[in-house]
Each structure stands twice: as structure tokens, then as C-alpha cells.
Design a protein. Structure first.
Length: 551
């Protein structure tokens, strides 16, 4: 008999609440007994899931030092053998849920059935979480691991469950990105949105345009302290800030980025690249001034905040950016390609005689319509190559490119508008999914963060990605959600981890578990167990305080 997960948890010892599984499965039945994982345990699978079996074998070896665990694709006597972990594809499983899995742990064997390779991978992540926390720090080397007998049925709620890493503001070393990908995989997150260019840096090698990285990837210094909005000077035409005097920069070669993409793919994570346009373009224009709208060649910015420099909408600039996209499409197999479209203030287009002539040439009525034309050209270019444009909700201004996916960050209004028009949306409202905001009401209890209120763990957990005002027949357009780690005030990977976790744990559950099955108090009990895994993995999470237990 299938038992409700909360019912199962209520009769577990308090130090084993839900076994600390994050996100919680759709259903879990606890059985009598344990499976004893040892160096003689064999993984048995068919050839189609060798990649997932290899991942499991490497994870077991790393966690418990069981170097003799092998992958056997012969399937000989697999169904009756003892001391095996059996991985099977069952495409009809899960009532049509593509990434459904079943995990059955008995005293004799472990069985993971998946409706897809991805479903199998998620079952593997749950199996790893069932292991003792000490295994995550390698303390089980030389021994064996006791895994409780359970029967779990599970599948994700949304197809887009992710996080944004802003590597444009502060370059993040490759190894740190890989560590973050591992943390995402543990939580069954499947989309990593990489923000690769901004006013403060261009991070991806484009061999045809080497100045993008030799010039655009480096700034001479960085402002110290918070941005203070000056209504008389919103675009930093003068500076009133102090600077650290330290050069900063770095970029990813194409080979490095391909290795990151492969590493993520092995963990069933899709990397969605963002090449921001037409705004957030100052670093690119510093490298190639003819891409801009003025005669002045800017430096790569050391300031935060909204900047004035936009790409000009000429055919030459469009061709340049399409050349860049050719390389992006070769490196990133993702169907979704993010082109930004946000915070493109139109001062330079308004003042540019060339841009105004372009508006008249195209028969347009405004600068917003000019941006819509610009983004439409890019959307068509991507569509002709089998890809889909994703943009922030400002792309709704003017006209929305056919088939475009909208990320609704300025609240939910943009997401509702796009879904009503038949577009897919990713709900990313800043008040609940921007993890650059501090995590407490007490600013003195937090490191420097973006000064736009605060977003607590409870706020994230209580978020519902499907807006209340969206008709039921449009709900399928909501692909899911992701947590944004904008990096102005996150200069190191350790600081980024602190801002991500445990809020990203909460969002992982929000995007996995049906809305009626979530309970914050119950989540925090499981989280207390789960945080010990993050500690063992040396993830720099923020510890819970009394405020985190209050709604």
C-alpha cells in the first residue's frame, strides 16, 4: 500500500525525519530491514544506461572507497541475484511522466526503474541521499554502508528547475562551476543558466572576435560598497564611489566551456547560455566601439547598476552578434538560448541620428519597437537553427518574437501576459527568486547583498510558480522556476554558495513537489538532516536561525 510521505515521516525517529530527502518524493513506504552496500556490490544494467551506471559507480567509490564496484551490462541472473544494484529503463512507467522513477531497496538488492535515463539519474540521487551522511565526507572508506529498505515512487512537477550563475560580474573558476553543478544534481535541478556577458565583463572566447576577451574580459578596478541610486544621475555619468584599485577578469576558452557542458550533461543538467543584448553591452563595446551608438569608446565598467551603452541596431552589428551566436550554438546544445533584452534604457538610441534613421527606415514608431525588431531578428536566426529565444520580461515591450520564452522577473505580470498569449514562461520574480538579496530582516546579520529588501527561506518555500490569476488552461505554459545568483556582491564561489543554500534547496522542492503537498515546518525538519550532507560536501551554506522557523 502506498503511504503518504508525511505519514511515513511522522513515525520515523526525529533524527531520521524523512531520511532528510530533498526534494521529498511523491510517495515513500518504509520497509523492514536494510541493504548492506559493500565492496562486493555489483551494479547491473543494460547498455542504454551505462552512463548512469558509471556515474553511480564513481559516486559509490568516492563516497565509500568501494573501488571494486563494477558495472555489468550482461544482466545475467540480475533479477534473482543478491547484492546487486539493478538499473532498468521502463518507458511505460510513471503514467506518462517522462522522468518518473521507482526506487526499491530490499535486503537482497536495490532496484531503480526509470521511465527515462534522466528518471534513472534522479533515482540514483535519492539513493545517494539514503546513505549515511558520513559517506558524503568519505568517512565510510574501508567499511560498508547500511541503506534502509524503502519503496519510493517519484517524478518532477516542472520541466524547468534551475539556477542562474552570473559569471559576467565576477569570473568564476571552472572548478567552482563544476562544484555548483554537483550541488545542483544532488537536488535534482536540471537547468543552469549562465550569464556570460555584461557591462563589467565578457566571459566566452569567440575566436573570430578576439578583443571580446582580450579587452572585454578585464576591468581595471571594481567599485566598493553598495550602489546608491541618484535620481539625477541614474546611468553613472559621473562617479561618486570608491574603488578597490584591483584589476579583475578572466574568460572561458571554448574547450573549457565544452567541458563544463559535458560535465553538466552527465548529470542531466542543461546549460542555457545568456548573451545579453541590446543592453548590458558595455564590455563588448569597449572591445569593438563600432558596435555602440556614440563616438566614445567606453572602458569595461567597474560600476554596478544600469548602464547606458547599447548595441546599435545596424545590419553590421546584427551580423556581428549572429557570428557570436554561431559559436554559442556550436558549444551549447540547449534548445533554449537566452538573449537578455532587459534594462536596455534607450537614451543612446534616442540621441543617435543613426538609430533614429534606422527607426524611420524600418517604419517603426518608437525605440521600443526598434528593440522588438532587433530581438525578432535574433529570434528568427535562432529558430532557423532549431533553437528558441529566451528573454527577460522586457521583451514583451513592442512585440514578442514568435515562440519566445519569457522569464518573468518584474513580478508575475509579464509571465501572465506571455502565457495568455500562448508563450511558455519561466517564473523568476525578484521578490522570491533573487538570491542576491539578503536572507534575514537584520542587515547586520548578513554579508553585503543587494539592497532590495530580503528574501527568507520561508518566502522561497511558500512561492507558487503558477500565478493565481492564470487560467487553468494556460497553466501548462509555466515551465518552472529558477534561483538567480546575480553576482555584483558575490565575488567568490564561497559567498555565492552561502547565498544559494539552503534557499536553493527550498526552490528545488517548490519546482518538484505538487503545490498541495508542501509543508514548511515539515520541510525544515528534513532540511536539518540534509544540511549535514552539505556540510560533509563542504558546501558553504547559511545555517538556520530562529527566523527561518517562523512563517
Amino acid at each position: 500500500m502506498t503511504t503518504n510521505y508525511a505519514t511515513v515521516a511522522s513515525r520515523l525517529p526525529k533524527n531520521q525525519t524523512h531520511f532528510g530527502l530533498i526534494p521529498k518524493p511523491l510517495s515513500l513506504v518504509e520497509r523492514e530491514g536494510n541493504f548492506h552496500l559493500s565492496t562486493s556490490t555489483v551494479i547491473v544494467c543494460e547498455e542504454t544506461v551505462l552512463a548512469e551506471a558509471g556515474y553511480l559507480a564513481r559516486s559509490m567509490q568516492r563516497l565509500i572507497g568501494a573501488s571494486s564496484i563494477t558495472v555489468d551490462d550482461s544482466r545475467a541472473a540480475a533479477d534473482v541475484a543478491d547484492n546487486v544494484i539493478l538499473l532498468r529503463l521502463r518507458t511505460g512507467a510513471g503514467r506518462g511522466q517522462h522522468n518518473f522513477y521507482r526506487l526499491e531497496v530490499s535486503a537482497r538488492r536495490i532496484l531503480i526503474d526509470g521511465a527515462s535515463n534522466t528518471g534513472l539519474f534522479y533515482g540514483i540521487q535519492t539513493l545517494l541521499q539514503l546513505m549515511p551522511t558520513a559517506a558524503f565526507s568519505g568517512d565510510m572508506v574501508g567499511g560498508h554502508v547500511v541503506i534502509p529498505c524503502v519503496d519510493i515512487h517519484d517524478a518532477p512537477r516542472f520541466p524547468w528547475r534551475g539556477a542562474l550563475l552570473d559569471v559576467a560580474r565576477w569570473y568564476m573558476p571552472v572548478d567552482d562551476i563544476l562544484r555548483f553543478i554537483d550541488a545542483m544534481a544532488l537536488h535534482k535541478l536540471n537547468t543552469l543558466h549562465l550569464h556570460l556577458n555584461d557591462d563589467q565583463g565578457w566571459r566566452l572566447e569567440i575566436p573570430k572576435y578576439p578583443l571580446l576577451t582580450s579587452v572585454g574580459a578585464f576591468r581595471s578596478e571594481t567599485m566598493i560598497g553598495q550602489v546608491v541610486r541618484d535620481p539625477a544621475d541614474p546611468l553613472f555619468t559621473h562617479s561618486m564611489y570608491l574603488y578597490d584599485g584591483q584589476p579583475h577578469g578572466g574568460f572561458y576558452t571554448q574547450d573549457e566551456m565544452r567541458s563544463i557542458v559535458r560535465y553538466a550533461a552527465e548529470r542531466h543538467i542543461d546549460i542555457v547560455p545568456e548573451i545579453d543584448m541590446p543592453g548590458h553591452a558595455q564590455a563588448a563595446i569597449a572591445a569593438y566601439p563600432h558596435l555602440g551608438c556614440t563616438a566614445n569608446a567606453p572602458a569595461v565598467s567597474g560600476n554596478w547598476g544600469i548602464h547606458a551603452f547599447l548595441f546599435n541596431p545596424s545590419e553590421e552589428t546584427i551580423s556581428f552578434l549572429q557570428d557570436v551566436l554561431d559559436d554559442v550554438l556550436e558549444i551549447f546544445p540547449s534548445r533554449h538560448i537566452h538573449l537578455g533584452g532587459d534594462e536596455a534604457v534607450k537614451h543612446q538610441w534616442t540621441e543617435s541620428k543613426v538609430c533614429q534613421a534606422r527607426i524611420r527606415e524600418l517604419g517603426l514608431g518608437s525605440e521600443e519597437e526598434l528593440q522588438a525588431f532587433f530581438m525578432g531578428r535574433m529570434a528568427t536566426y535562432l529558430a532557423e537553427r532549431g533553437r528558441t529565444l529566451v528573454g527577460w520580461d522586457e521583451i514583451l515591450l513592442g512585440s514578442l518574437p514568435p515562440g519566445a520564452v519569457v522569464m518573468s522577473w518584474q513580478g508575475e505580470k509579464g509571465g501572465i501576459e506571455a502565457a495568455m498569449a500562448g508563450h511558455d514562461v519561466v517564473m523568476t520574480p525578484d521578490h522570491t527568486t533573487y538570491f542576491d538579496h539578503r536572507q534575514s530582516s537584520d542587515p547586520n546579520a548578513e554579508p553585503m547583498a543587494f539592497q532590495r529588501g530580503y528574501t527568507t527561506l520561508a518566502t522561497v518555500y511558500q512561492y507558487e510558480p503558477i500565478p493565481s490569476g492564470l487560467p487553468r488552461d494556460k497553466e501548462h505554459h509555466v515551465l518552472g522556476s529558477q534561483g538567480q545568483l546575480w553576482a555584483e556582491y558575490l565575488p567568490t564561489a564561497r559567498h555565492m554558495e552561502y547565498m544559494a543554500f539552503p534557499r536553493l534547496c527550498a526552490l528545488a522542492e517548490v519546482t518538484w513537489v505538487p503545490r498541495g503537498e508542501r509543508d514548511y515546518a515539515e520541510f525544515t525538519r528534513r532540511l536539518a538532516v540534509h544540511l549535514k550532507r552539505l556540510q560533509a560536501l563542504q558546501v558553504n551554506y547559511r545555517t538556520l536561525c530562529s527566523e527561518d522557523y517562523d512563517l
